[in-house]
Design a protein around this ligand. Structure first.
Ligand SMILES: Cc1ncc(COP(=O)(O)O)c(C=O)c1O
Length: 442
């Protein structure tokens, strides 16, 4: 039997030394059930199975698992003991009340999130825990409580350090000495910052659209900068080639499970701040989809999969919206929006899956609305953010939150709308003024 009645089964797998263990993250934040070794045949529990390794991590898996593999649940953490062979022979029904799987049940791993060595411990992680700020003005605009998750105050000014910092830390333990990252700007800054901290070399490949100020910041962090092509996809192709050199490793700005794992820390922080309150919606900007994939991973962990996700893109950098309309992943012919940091022509597969598995509302806005939103946010909150983030802000300033509320699309009506202020470095006051005159907004 395949445990798919509730949709996707996620296994988060951890490694310490040569041992692996895993937890079921499907069960709406309830981590009581764990999967033991994924052997095809059913067998007696391993004598290696310890009573409990850590509070939420229980039995050892003896080998890494991969998506698509099937296996069998042998241990139930609640009882802290291996399940009996009889129970393995006679599974107790399929899905339990809470949507979890029963001991002895055969399951299929649909996706695996690997968190090797738990690199981002509190002491050595590169990102900071950001404030969740209530915004009376934006709450007034939308007619609902709006909380701002201030990722713009992260080192290097965007959420990117969560995932990319975690990725660089994790991969540095494997002996790589040079990290090659393709980026529109913010991912490169995060990679350069992390490599600088780790004492490792960084090559950041950016497209021609990346501003000189960002190139200078990258160089200031000790990174080698290579400019290639018109859009991020061109830079990315070169980054893949450069990463083939001995000792080098490629860093995707958004498409890797370790990056999603790092990005998911944002949700755990939100959960800590909100306690028992659930958001009525989460608002974010989507580029290649790494933030979306990370948030959905975190939402799975904390039991927030019913929270609507408002996924904002700009027309001309709307690869997720185009994919959802087509019913399959598509590649945009070009990136024509000013939000260059959202400018992946193709959304990553995991983000596309996430969009289909959650209550995701995809919205696109025009560049002009983005610039209006950035300016209003500067006036309202005294913070200047780049167009990638302006796309998320336009959910408020272009009236989408208000409309969705009236349409009854915001769940948990007493919960706040959480807007992820993803930040970004591709902006200055003079650039904002240039954009304003470009769109006749003076
Ligand atoms: C400031 C900012 N916000 C949002 C995004 C979108 O993130 P993702 O590519 O993970 O979807 C990016 C991507 O670079 C970004 O720089």
């Amino acid at each position: 039997m395949v445990f798919a009645a509730k949709g996707v089964v996620h296994l988060r797998q951890y490694q310490k030394g040569t041992s692996f263990w895993g937890e079921d993250t499907t069960s709406k934040g309830n981590r009581d059930y764990f999967w033991d070794t994924f052997s095809k045949r059913r067998r007696k529990p391993s004598p290696l199975t310890p009573p409990c390794l850590e509070r939420t991590h229980s039995p050892l898996c003896e080998r890494p698992v991969t998506a698509g593999q099937t296996g069998c649940i042998l241990v139930n953490k609640r009882e802290n003991r291996p399940s009996s062979p009889q129970r393995i022979e006679r599974p107790r029904g399929g899905i339990t009340r809470k949507g979890m799987c029963s001991m002895g049940q055969e399951v299929k791993v649909v996706s695996v999130l690997v968190n090797t060595e738990m690199a981002s411990s509190h002491e050595d992680r590169f990102h900071v825990v950001t404030p969740l700020k209530k915004s009376p003005i934006l709450s007034n605009v939308t007619g609902t409580e709006v909380l701002l998750k201030l990722e713009n105050i992260q080192p290097m000014g965007s959420f990117k350090i969560r995932g990319i910092g975690h990725y660089c830390q994790t991969l540095s333990k494997k002996g790589y000495t040079r990290f090659v990252c393709s980026s529109g700007g913010n991912a490169g800054l995060a990679a350069a910052y992390a490599c600088n901290k780790l004492g490792l070399a960084a090559t950041i490949v950016v497209p021609e659209s990346t501003g000189q100020d960002i190139v200078q910041k990258l160089k200031g962090l000790g990174a080698d900068v290579v400019v290639k092509g018109k859009v991020w996809d061109d830079a990315d192709a070169l980054a893949h080639q450069l990463a083939e050199a001995p000792g080098s490793v490629y860093v995707s700005p958004f498409n890797n499970p370790v990056i999603w794992e790092g990005n998911s820390t944002l949700i755990r922080e939100l959960k800590d701040s909100l306690g028992l309150r659930k958001p009525s919606a989460l608002v974010l900007a989507v580029g290649g989809g790494g933030l979306l994939a990370g948030l959905v991973s975190g939402m799975t962990d904390v039991g927030w999969l019913d929270v609507p996700i408002i996924a904002m893109e700009t027309n001309g950098a709307h690869c997720l919206n185009a994919a959802l309309q087509a019913g399959e992943i598509v590649t945009l012919p070009d990136i024509t929006s000013i939000a260059k940091c959202l400018g992946a022509k193709t959304v990553c597969e995991r983000a596309f899956q996430c969009a289909r598995e959650t209550d995701l509302i995809s919205i696109t806005v025009d560049d002009r609305e983005v610039i209006e939103a950035i300016e209003k946010f500067l006036d309202d909150e005294l913070m200047l953010v780049e167009p990638a983030c302006g796309a998320a802000l336009a959910a408020v300033y272009s009236g989408h939150i208000e409309r969705l509320k009236l349409e009854g699309r915001l769940k948990n009506p007493h919960g706040p709308v959480v807007l992820i202020v993803c930040g970004g470095s591709a902006i200055s006051l003079s650039q904002l003024l240039d954009f304003k005159s470009q769109f006749g907004l003076n």
